[in-house]
Design a protein around this ligand. Structure first.
Ligand code: HEM
Length: 442
């Protein structure tokens, strides 16, 4: 079988490149009021975006990604025929897809943080550096590139970070499981899973369905691009801790319950390999902490419940409705806000959570499918009504089953621990496409 030749030198490094640990990151959103100024901004930014072939940033200690919303492409003056060639979901934008994503009640777009989900969000710039000092220095350099541009305005900024222990706000180590992708040369986090076709993540290549799906036109614009989803997800850490306390009889039982909900102990150790106790050395070992499947060893979910977060988000080889390989994603999560001090069970009213980012070639069968069928429904594994116990859009009526002998444990009345504060569907163009956009003459 011929291996995929990926044009790594045309793909933004943010798509494929593993990130440093720890790191500081920032999201800056821009509104374009003048197409010419917008193109100038894209041109200037394109010179600091590194490619996946040479991941070292031209700014040497920062890595920048540039993505555009559909409204952003319009504001740059991209011709109508080209606009029409983008994914219909991308054209609608995330706020319009709220119903499918489970963004209702407190998560509904009317309640989102402004300007998220509005027609004003055009360009999304993400910068990453190894610490806040380097990030701030890079942002100061970046500010100079857009400050004197009339007709382009920075309208929102969200700083975030990955802690040295890589733990997110609920206290679990994050950033462990990633799909391997043909042609990237990057190692697989799970030696038992085969690399997926590059077309699942980068436009212009053959995918797991065996075809090369149509890409946004003209070719130079679509090829080597990806769709990106970012979501600001508020985490109710005190409520999560309280729930564990109320539903477990001891500190050890609380940790086991937390692990059953996630599918991993807080150290990252998978229940699949260590079901009865934590093993922090295993959790910290990238050669072992994702080396497992479910079907043969744990078909029922006695170790890792079928309804747990990681088994929902990637059922691996388990018997579920559909084909798992067409519903995978590149995932980047960074925390925002301060940690809730250990042991605090009362909400302190402080904003904290996860800036979740998805990268893939298919908004529909990847991000939206996972969000609606796997996260907010249980039919795919034949489970009782209930949603993802950690990140699902629960409303207090769902349940979570923990299989065990002789009788399963069923947790009732799961509250909502994660609230959507807003987000956007974006297109992350290849480097040639960025220059094409910068040179548009319409
Ligand atoms: C605040 C909300 C969320 C939290 C706290 C959270 C936390 C975690 C943690 C701790 C892991 C295990 C570590 C790892 O494998 O990297 C994980 C895995 C994962 N999460 Fe989330 N997550 C959240 C939201 C989401 C959302 C919205 C999606 C997708 C729509 C998602 C998709 C995944 C996937 C695909 C995996 C890897 C599963 C695997 O391959 O085993 N997560 N998450």
């Amino acid at each position: 079988m011929a291996s995929t030749i990926l044009e790594l030198d045309d793909i933004q490094s943010g798509v494929l490149r593993p990130r440093p640990t720890p790191y500081a990151a920032t999201y800056v959103l821009f509104r374009i009021d003048d197409a010419k100024a917008g193109r100038e901004l894209i041109g200037r930014l394109s010179s600091v975006v590194a490619s996946a072939a040479h991941p070292t940033s031209p700014a040497s200690d920062t890595w920048v990604s540039v993505a555009l919303t559909f409204q952003g492409l319009k504001a740059l003056g991209v011709p109508q025929a080209s606009l029409d060639s983008f994914s219909p979901r991308f054209q609608q934008g995330m706020a319009a897809r709220a119903k499918f994503l489970g963004d209702s009640g407190e998560s509904s777009p009317e309640k989102w943080e402004k300007p998220l989900g509005s027609l004003d969000v055009h360009v999304v710039v993400t910068a990453i550096a190894r610490d806040t000092e380097h990030l701030e220095a890079a942002m100061e350099r970046a500010r100079k590139t857009y400050r004197e541009l009339q007709g382009v305005t920075a309208i929102w900024r969200q700083d975030c970070h990955v802690r040295p222990d890589e733990k997110e706000a609920f206290g679990f180590k994050d950033g462990i499981g990633h799909p391997a992708i043909e042609g990237t040369g990057l190692p697989c986090s799970n030696p038992n899973e085969r690399p997926l076709k590059a077309g699942e993540f980068v436009l212009g290549y053959s995918d797991e369905m065996g075809d090369t799906p149509s890409i946004p036109q003209p070719e130079i614009l679509g090829r080597n691009g990806s769709y990106v989803v970012f979501r600001k997800l508020h985490q109710r850490v005190a409520a999560f801790r309280q729930y564990l306390k109320e539903n477990a009889s001891s500190a050890e039982a609380e940790e086991l319950l937390a692990a059953k909900m996630m599918g991993r102990w807080r150290s990252g150790t998978p229940l699949a390999l260590c079901p009865m106790h934590d093993d922090p050395a295993l959790g910290a070992d990238p050669a072992r902490n994702n080396a497992f499947l479910f079907k043969q060893d744990d078909p029922i979910g006695y170790k890792t419940p079928a309804g747990s977060h990681i088994r929902r988000m990637n059922p691996r080889d388990a018997d579920v409705a559909g084909v798992v390989s067409i519903h995978r994603m590149i995932r980047r999560g960074t925390s925002y806000g301060p940690s809730l001090p250990e042991g605090v069970l009362e909400d302190d009213g402080v904003e904290r959570g996860l800036m979740f980012a998805f990268v893939g070639a298919h908004l529909g069968r990847q991000f939206e499918f996972i969000q609606s069928e796997w996260m907010n429904d249980s039919a795919f594994f034949g489970g009782a009504a209930g949603k993802d116990p950690v990140a699902g859009a629960s409303d207090g009526t769902g349940s979570f089953d923990i299989p065990r002998r002789p009788l399963r444990k069923r947790l009732q009345g799961l509250p909502q621990f994660v609230v959507t504060r807003g987000g956007e569907y974006c297109f992350l163009p290849g480097l040639r496409a960025l220059r094409w956009l910068a040179e548009l003459k319409t």
